[in-house]
Design a protein around this ligand. Structure first.
Ligand SMILES: Cc1cc2nc3c(=O)[nH]c(=O)nc-3n(C[C@H](O)[C@H](O)[C@H](O)COP(=O)(O)OP(=O)(O)OC[C@H]3O[C@@H](n4cnc5c(N)ncnc54)[C@H](O)[C@@H]3O)c2cc1C
Length: 438
């Protein structure tokens, strides 16, 4: 019998578990650890609350989660509740599927001013991540600036644009629903260092910006490249750029009856956030494209800003005892191999890119590598204690482990507490989750 510990119960973790089951059948026991008492990583705490069909992907992991040779070990933070070398003593292989939960910083002045947030924090706030539920962004000002031109920036812009019935059917948490419905924001500016051809926005998400009840998009026609150049783009990006062209052609009257405008500001990079204690403005430098790269022109302007959300990417959180690649912001690895018996997968392996589905081939590839390493003897004999060893450790150290059955109790309680039309009202603190189990 071989024992695998997977650290992180997001898509990468569950795909790796599914692959292990397929590869080794009954010859394997998999423990999936998570620091939260609830599974599924960013599917729960990242994917936008109004994208329920995407969140529904987690149902597909239940078959794996409920099988006898896979179990969920929630409410255990690896690196805090148990050290990495202790865990490696217990399991033949440890796979880090811890994602990239920390915001990348812009590294400019004023980033620590009040009401300047990274997207991990801001998205975590409206999605009820226990770490960020208490964020309390001040939405009483008129202008929000969002740094970034990817789908996360669009999610944040859309959430800031929606009101009341537009949240029907979503699982946005109560505290965020109240704050967003009362928000005074009427101008949302998305800043991109480069131009319309360099966005990382997919057509579905961009198209939604043209369908909002209270907000309309604005693109300056001057920022658009010659239309013939669109033919050189790959089909997905071409569709997105076509949407930007559609937004640029909107007549002023299309915006007249919408109280919120979402502006796409291209060739603009923030150089400082300005304010006394709270952010009041963003200093922006105009850029130009040189060989596909943004180059500063020295031309600056100040944009008033009452709220800033930076959506420029994420970093993996280091774990003591695991080699880390500081410049890439992820574990140092060779196609998922870190050290003998220690692996990584998903965002912890390759950084924050791709969709949920991108993590599936990762999960299968890492299990193939583990099979190879068993074959070559790199993982030693099959004499590790696995589950039994961890259970003894947990009992000795008083860990309050949450199982998948426990999670189903939490889920039931969340569903029972849902407001009308919503699938659930999430618990936003760990104590409340544990109380629901007991
Ligand atoms: C805001 C946002 C919106 C997104 N929207 C979409 C979308 O609409 N469609 C789409 O296809 N993709 C979307 N994605 C991308 C998708 O969420 C990722 O591809 C995917 O979640 C990455 O999976 P992962 O398993 O590597 O990491 P994660 O999903 O982040 O899972 C990591 C897990 O590890 C746990 N963990 C971390 N550290 C520890 C530790 N030390 N000990 C124990 N557990 C730990 C975390 O609690 C978490 O559960 C979105 C991403 C973001 C950020």
């Amino acid at each position: 019998m071989r024992h695998i510990a997977i650290i992180g119960s997001g898509p990468a973790g569950y795909y790796a578990a599914e692959a292990a089951q397929k590869k080794f059948g009954d010859g394997i026991r998999v423990d999936i650890f998570d620091r939260l008492p609830v599974p599924f990583g960013l599917i729960r705490t990242g994917v936008a609350p109004d994208h329920q069909s995407i969140k529904g992907v987690s149902r597909r992991y239940e078959k794996t989660a409920l099988s006898d040779n896979v179990r969920f070990v929630g409410n255990v933070t690896v690196g805090e509740d148990i050290a990495m070398d202790e865990l490696r003593e217990l399991y033949d292989a440890v796979i880090l599927a811890t994602g990239a939960p920390q915001d990348r910083e812009l590294g400019i002045a004023g980033e620590d001013l009040a009401n300047v947030f990274g997207s991990a924090a801001f998205v975590g706030w409206y999605n009820g991540h226990p770490q960020f539920a208490g964020l309390s962004p001040d939405l009483s000002g008129k202008t929000a600036v969002i740094v970034g031109m990817g789908n996360v920036a669009l999610d944040v812009a859309r959430m800031l644009s929606k009101k009341d019935r537009e949240f029907d059917g979503s699982d946005i948490v109560d505290h965020a629903l109240d704050a967003l419905c009362e928000s005074a924001i009427e101008r949302i500016v998305l800043l991109g260092r480069r131009g319309p051809h360099q966005i990382s926005m997919t057509p579905k998400e961009l198209g939604e910006m043209g369908e909002l009840a209270h907000a309309a998009p604005f693109v300056s026609p001057d920022d658009l490249p010659a239309v013939e150049e669109d033919a050189l783009l790959d089909p997905g990006l071409r569709k997105s750029v076509a949407l930007l062209r559609k937004f640029a052609a909107l007549p002023d009257r299309a915006r007249a009856d919408k109280p919120i405008t979402v502006e796409f500001a291209f060739f603009a990079q923030p150089t400082a956030f300005i304010g006394d204690a709270r952010v009041e403005a963003v200093e922006i430098e105009r850029t130009k494209l040189v060989d596909g790269r943004a180059v500063a022109t020295g031309e600056t302007q100040r944009l008033p800003a009452d709220l800033v959300v930076s959506c420029i990417g994420y970093r993996t959180a280091p774990i003591p005892g695991v080699p880390f690649d500081e410049s890439a912001g992820r574990f140092a690895n060779d196609s998922g191999r870190i050290l003998p018996g220690l692996y990584c997968v998903g965002w912890a392996m390759r950084g924050p890119s791709g969709t949920i589905g991108t993590n599936k081939p990762d999960g299968f590839a890492i299990i193939d590598k583990i099979a190879e390493d068993i074959e070559t003897g790199t993982l030693g004999d099959d004499d590790k204690p696995g589950r039994a060893g961890f259970d003894a450790y947990a009992a000795e150290n008083g860990l309050d482990v949450v199982t998948f059955k426990d999670w189903k109790k939490i889920e039931e309680a969340e569903e029972a507490a849902a407001r009308e039309g919503s699938p659930r009202e999430k618990f936003v603190d760990i104590e409340a989750m544990i109380r629901a189990v007991n």
